[in-house]
Design a protein around this ligand. Structure first.
Ligand code: NAP
Length: 264
């Protein structure tokens, strides 16, 4: 049994993690932390039977008292770095999905984890399907250098293009000989109609209510197109990745950044 603490248990992702841990025979929920939901039973919070784990507001004492092996963190960037540091210093392996860590912060946490002799995983995307989509796209780009990316998200998303689209573009660029595709005399009649330019190819961001997260990578060549598409409909789609990370982290030393390291 791996003893798991969930930080940010009351959030959208945190609640999915609580459900996943309660439903897995190899995992045991021993602590749940979220100042906004303090005092509630974690099972009840996710619409399940009460499980006896009461949501706490202080991470250090919750980790100490629960004897957790792993802390899963889906909180906010301002809190997640400190939470990860506290977990490592308490000898608890962090599995972090919160986005926004800088390279310097990851290096600092890696050093700390190695000194403590434990592992950790920080991954901005735990969706196995999305990672495979990016990997397949990078593979296809070797043979089909003419490519465009279209990503779709809800209308309240602040950043465009999405982090996944940027990462896909980086992976494609790493294997694609750089050139400016399309007609050199092309003229946009409406500004932005051809999308954002990244190393000679285009990224388009669609923002509409009702959409969760989707991405399509389209390759064009004489007489054929190839489309690689991933559709996310629900946060539950991240849970197989989080579950794998919770189990893998027990064998690691130091911080692994990016869940793609575990997808062959
Ligand atoms: P959310 O619904 O806002 O949940 C964040 C939760 O963390 C809230 O309940 C918040 O409580 C709580 N919180 C804030 N500070 C805390 C602290 N110091 N200790 C414990 N809990 C704290 O956000 P979300 O949609 O779940 O997303 C969380 C993070 O995961 C974001 O960074 C998002 O980008 C990322 N994410 C990653 C993946 C992935 O695959 N890696 C997938 C989806 C999302 P209050 O509301 O009371 O402040």
């Amino acid at each position: 049994m791996i003893k798991v603490a969930v930080s940010g248990a009351g959030g959208r992702m945190g609640r999915e993690v609580v459900k996943m841990v309660l439903g897995d025979e190899e995992l045991q929920l021993v602590a749940a932390i979220d100042p906004g939901a303090q005092g509630m039973d974690a099972g009840r919070l996710v619409g399940a039977e009460p499980c006896g784990v009461i949501i706490a507001d202080d991470l250090s004492s919750a980790l100490l008292e629960s004897g957790a092996d792993v802390m899963v963190d889906f909180t906010v960037p301002q809190a997640a770095v400190q939470n990860t540091k506290i977990a490592i210093e308490s000898g608890v392996r962090p599995v972090v999905g919160t986005t926004g860590f800088t390279r310097d912060e990851i290096d600092m946490l890696d050093k700390l984890a190695k000194e403590r002799g434990i592992g950790g995983i920080i991954a901005p995307n735990f969706s196995i399907g999305a990672i495979l989509m990016m990997k397949f796209a990078a593979q296809a780009a070797k043979y089909f250098p003419h490519v465009e990316i279209i990503e779709y998200h809800g209308d309240q998303k602040l950043d465009a293009p999405s982090g996944t689209a940027v990462k896909t573009a980086e992976w494609i660029s790493a294997v694609r000989e750089e050139f400016r595709q399309g007609n050199p005399n092309e003229e946009e009649k409406i500004e932005g109609a051809r999308g954002g330019l990244y190393d000679g190819f285009r990224i388009h961001s669609v923002r509409l209510p009702g959409i969760f997260a989707q991405q399509e990578v389209i390759f064009g060549a004489f007489g054929q197109t190839l489309k690689i598409r991933h559709d996310s409909y629900d946060r539950a789609g991240y849970m197989p990745g989080v579950k794998t990370a919770v189990k893998k982290v027990m064998e690691l030393k130091g911080i692994v950044y990016g869940f793609e390291q575990f997808i062959d």
